[in-house]
Design a protein around this ligand. Structure first.
Ligand code: ADP
Ligand code: MG
Length: 249
């Protein structure tokens, strides 16, 4: 186990490799995420950002290295995968709401079925979240009656409803029209203020700088540079990071 894996991180990624068809798309990634920390993954398309999040969520198995959540090795083949996923909230680029279910049912499904919360209590919590994020009047709406921004806010609320230890947000604004991006970024900002630990990938560099405690630059599956957001955006050390940011800003 490397030094990183002995720290007090909520999540520790230790020397993770991932190969697809003999091609390594993650090459020994180390990353420690502390409680309440917001970590952004940036890098060109294909650099491995989504794959890294998918490894944390156990949607991919790692080929080498290990991942620890609250000190438990979740990459252990014997791990209770559902038990791990219960502690994670995941939101992807595409809105994955169930189209035939109301907003309220979308949000209460996992708390009721996976976490065995009583319907009344689950709905009470869902209403609290909807109110907190300005969607109180949408509880009975179906996804197709909502704007893209509203749908993505519901997807984030749904992930929050199970009170995850860690939120994984993969390009959650990429499928949105520009005028809808802000409302989704607003909810992420509020989550940070509430102390939620998050790993996110984004192409919104202004937002990334604003919200992240730590920014990680991935290049060809290598975590080339990692540091405080202001440092990465004002004085990146690696020429590849500078080149990427010149193109991205
Ligand atoms: P990013 O999210 O940074 O755009 P990804 O993690 O999606 O990058 O992809 C990293 C690399 O891994 C890309 O070359 C991609 O084509 C490849 N890749 C991702 N998932 C798979 C898969 N299931 N099978 C084969 N190759 C994959
Ligand atoms: Mg991706």
């Amino acid at each position: 186990m490397s030094e990183a894996a002995t720290g007090a991180g909520l999540l520790t990624i230790d020397g993770v490799w991932k190969n697809f068809h003999g091609h390594s798309v993650l090459r020994g990634v180390d990353l420690e995420v502390r409680p309440h920390e917001v970590v952004s993954l940036i890098g060109a398309s294909g650099s491995g950002k989504s794959t890294l999040l998918r490894c944390v969520n156990l949607l991919e198995t790692v080929d080498d290295g290990a991942i620890f959540l609250d000190g438990q090795e979740i990459t252990d083949p014997q791990v209770d995968v559902d038990g791990v996923r219960k502690r994670l909230g995941i939101v992807f680029q595409a809105f994955n709401l169930f189209p035939h279910m109301t907003v309220l049912d979308n949000i209460t499904l996992a708390p009721r079925q996976v976490h065995k919360v009583a319907r009344e209590r689950a709905e009470e919590q869902a209403h609290e979240l909807l109110t907190r994020f300005g969607l109180a009047d949408k509880a009975r709406a179906y996804p197709d009656q909502l704007s893209g921004g509203q749908q993505q806010r519901v997807a984030i609320i749904r992930a929050l409803a199970t009170q995850p230890r860690l939120m994984l947000l993969d390009e959650v604004t990429s499928a949105l029209d520009p005028e809808l991006v802000m409302e989704v970024l607003g909810i992420i900002r509020e989550l940070k203020e509430s102390g939620m630990t998050m790993i996110l990938t984004t192409h919104e560099m202004g937002f990334c700088r604003d919200i992240s405690d730590t920014v990680c630059f991935l290049h060809g599956g290598v975590l080339l540079e990692k540091g405080p957001a202001d440092k990465i955006f004002t004085a990146p050390e690696h020429p590849r990071t500078r080149e990427f940011l010149r193109g991205a800003l």
